[in-house]
Design a protein around this ligand. Structure first.
Ligand SMILES: *Cc1c(COP(=O)(O)O)cnc(C)c1O
Length: 377
């Protein structure tokens, strides 16, 4: 094969980005604040609706860290986290000196299982440690079961941090992902549905919470002519340059979602007569996924006696990038010894699942090559 590399998900510029970045240069707003930051935050607030407040930060990870601080998570507190996710969902728990408690997924959305969540809370409460927060994730853009997770969280009075890093533009029962948490976060890393080259956002329900997030993210300077500090601060604000890229990306977000969703439809078509392959899809019309990444689940017993690793390696040889699903956190060496609640859903998904090229910038030629290679496998 001599095709050039077909990526899983690569940055896709819309054209308007450079105008905003140029403006920042022209006005010398080359700083971690400025009109693009304000403009990008307003664009996101308008897009998300539901009267939320958005603070643009340096990364989704930083936003999760600030969210935990805002919810008062401290040393030796316990925080529940979806096990099947990217490590960035869980790492900020440890930044705070707190202890992650991992929870399994359910099979329909691959996200946090409401039953396993309740089992976990009951057991932690019985052991005298009521969890301080629940971090639930919309994996690959698929909304988690927001009503059921909310019902469990409210029953025990525990706030939800909604990790919507992969789900900008997804919705559940018509409500946008990024507005379900007591605090929510977004990511604009290079491989996400839109990018600012690197960046994230915190989404809050009140202006006061947003102000506090921005205060903590800009070194926690008290109101004084000199530098005065009564709290530990962080350098987590988004720069005006990155926000300029974000403003340009917001102009093409909906178009990019359509293209990502078309990639999902493409894989439905490719695999429609292939036994042993399920394309990850919305369980019903309550769920609307941006299909940030298209993923498949292989049944090795019926799929040509091959595993997902056989397929991944074959694609790699053909210069086509694919990737196993997120390896659950309770199986990661770094989180060895952490408590885990649930069964083997996330473990099985990891064993048999594969993400396929999903970018909004893939060409017809790319799709032709992908289809041919998948058919020949
Ligand atoms: C990308 C991602 C993050 C972290 O975002 P960054 O902007 O890369 O720090 C957090 N959670 C999930 C689920 C992600 O996919």
């Amino acid at each position: 094969m001599s095709n050039s590399k077909i990526w899983l998900s690569s940055p896709h510029m819309g054209g308007g980005e450079q105008k905003y970045v140029q403006e920042a240069f022209d006005t010398n707003w080359v700083a971690p604040l400025g009109p693009n930051v304000v403009g990008f935050e307003q664009d996101l607030e308008k897009y998300l609706g539901n009267d939320v407040f958005v603070g643009a930060l340096s990364s989704g990870t930083a936003a999760l860290h600030i969210a935990l601080i805002l919810l008062g998570v401290k040393r030796d507190d316990e925080v529940i986290c979806q096990s099947m996710t990217f490590s960035a969902s869980a790492n900020p728990i440890v930044y705070q000196g707190a202890i992650p408690v991992f929870v399994d997924s359910e099979k329909e959305t691959w996200n946090m299982c409401p039953n396993a969540l309740e089992d976990a809370i009951k057991d932690r409460v019985a052991k005298g440690k009521t969890p301080k927060a629940i971090i639930a994730v919309h994996l690959y853009g698929m909304p988690f079961k927001a009503d059921e997770i909310r019902a469990v969280a409210d029953k025990y009075g525990i706030p939800i941090i909604e990790d919507s890093a992969e789900a900008l533009g997804s919705s559940y029962k018509g409500q946008n992902c990024g507005t379900f948490g007591d605090i929510s976060i977004l990511s604009f890393n290079g491989n996400k549905i839109i990018t600012t080259s690197g960046g994230g956002a915190i989404v809050t329900k009140t202006q006061a919470q947003k102000d506090k997030a921005v205060f903590l993210s800009t070194q926690a300077r008290d109101n004084a002519p000199h530098y005065q500090h009564s709290e530990i601060g962080y350098n987590y604000r988004m720069s005006n340059i990155c926000a300029g890229i974000g403003r340009g990306q917001m102009e093409v977000l909906d178009k990019h979602i359509d293209l990502r969703r078309a990639m999902h439809d493409f894989y439905i078509e490719v695999f429609k007569n292939v036994e042993g392959v399920t394309v990850f899809s919305e369980p019903n019309t309550d769920f609307y996924s941006n299909h940030w990444l298209s993923a498949i689940l292989i049944d090795p017993k019926t799929f040509k006696n091959k595993t997902r690793e056989d397929l991944r390696v074959a694609l790699e040889i053909d210069n086509i990038e694919s990737r196993p699903l997120w390896k659950p956190m309770h199986l990661q060496p770094v989180f060895e010894g952490c408590n885990y609640y649930g069964g083997i859903v996330s473990e099985t998904l990891f064993e048999n699942g594969l993400c396929l090229p999903s970018g909004s910038n893939l060409s017809d030629e790319d799709r032709k090559i992908i289809k041919m290679r998948l058919n020949q496998f």
